[in-house]
Ligand binder design. Sequence first.
Ligand code: NDP
Length: 485
Amino acid sequence: MNVIDSRPYELLIGERWRAGAQSRTFDTLNPATGRVLAQVYEATEADVDAAVLAAHEAYQAHWRKTTPAERGRLLRRLAALFERDREKIAWIETLNVGKPITHSLDSLKAMPSSLEYFAGIIPAVRGETIPVGNHNVLNFTIREPLGVCALIMPWNYPMTLTVNKLGPALAAGNTVILKPSEVTPLSTMVLARLFEEAGFPPGVVNVVNGPGSTVGERLVTHPLVSRVSFTGGTVTGSRIVASTAADVKRVTLELGGKSPLIVFEDAPLEQAVAVAAGDLIKNSGQVCIACTRLLVQESVKREFLDRVQERLDAIRIGSPEDPATEMGPLVSAAQKQRVEKYIRIASEEGARPVQYGSLSGAAETGFFVKPTLLMDSQARMQSAQDEIFGPVQSVISFRDEDEALRIANDSRYGLAAVLFTRDGGRALRMARGIQSGSVAINTGVRTSFDAPFGGYKQSGIGKERGLEAIYENTQLKNVKYDMSV
Ligand code: NDP
């Protein structure tokens, strides 16, 4: 399937596709080969200003006055068009992100349902009447949109993150500007073409491309942007909080993680092995909720690790375009270097890196790293504390429940946690004790559009997805009316 344009991808600003004020392009690569895949026009600060203005005018002129039914209809049309083009978008993600095609297809399956879900919960954007103790006073709330929202995405799941931010923002009555990662902009550009076809008025959705340090920074500091929804690294998230502080903007941050997978001696081992190995290889470990610290009770450590290693030895690493491939490359040369640096650090601090699988022909030219377990890790090692964002897991043993909980919480992150045990009391004690936004018991963490998602500690601020995403995208007004006057 030929899914990549030979001409540079343009910016979407208001009703026009355009090259950008300076007509400057940048290359985007195929990480499996290291070769240029396409060119993309880079926005200037003037282009960002134009996009914000277009979104602001669209919001003021008509979008904020649309009825729930109108917005719902448009989102449902978008869902149908996404379903029509889903396979094409999946191939683009495979070529631009390096995800195995089976994984791209699978991860996009729920996107039309996500858009339909947010179309469906628009009626929940409503206020309530409050009994304030005086029958002459009518006291009520109105839930209102915020205006222009900047949605900034990382490179690891460009499309699912875009759709899950976009749906609730539009459903709640906001207009948006999308800023994909400059490493993986292509799937968002194809999605952007569907808005006009779905019937969205010009300016409701805009797309600007380019580096975060210029395009992203201008976007988040623009005075007409009232909300920033950001997914990415904690350092960038913290910078965005600082950049938006002067204007006291609404900010939602989905940041990094170092999630524990805790295996107790009474665990259903088969399921625990599948989740541990699956998290290591899925999207080459470039998943914010991936369990990257394997906490194993000493009494089952040998059996558990034998079974994980058996699974990893059989992993098929190779071209993401091959349906048999289970693990592709990392997204970029920079990410590969970062992961290799952490494997060296782990070794220097006394852990024992062991790698699995083999890299055949094609895999030697792209940005590949083999799945790696850091045996004999300690909780306080740098490699067990920092987010590596690659196919690397620290293996740490524990003696009892108290120690497992202490190690699990010994992290500056708190995005997700997984535990395996057949003891229901222990499962609930641990679920309460673990400091993270998501906990999964006897299964992996798999985010879904209809359940709230967001981190504790340095993993983020606020929640996206589910009904909470509507609250995050609206502001609440309290109105008091003295009817006796
Ligand atoms: P970055 O934080 O580097 O970038 C994320 C996005 O922010 C990119 O579009 C980037 O632009 C942009 N950006 C960079 N600097 C600024 C700035 N000053 N102002 C505004 N925008 C800016 O993350 P990565 O793309 O490297 O993604 C990987 C990280 O994302 C990992 O650390 C991972 O943990 C985290 N992540 C978190 C998830 C979650 O839900 N919690 C989910 C997925 C990833 P550009 O790159 O084009 O320069």
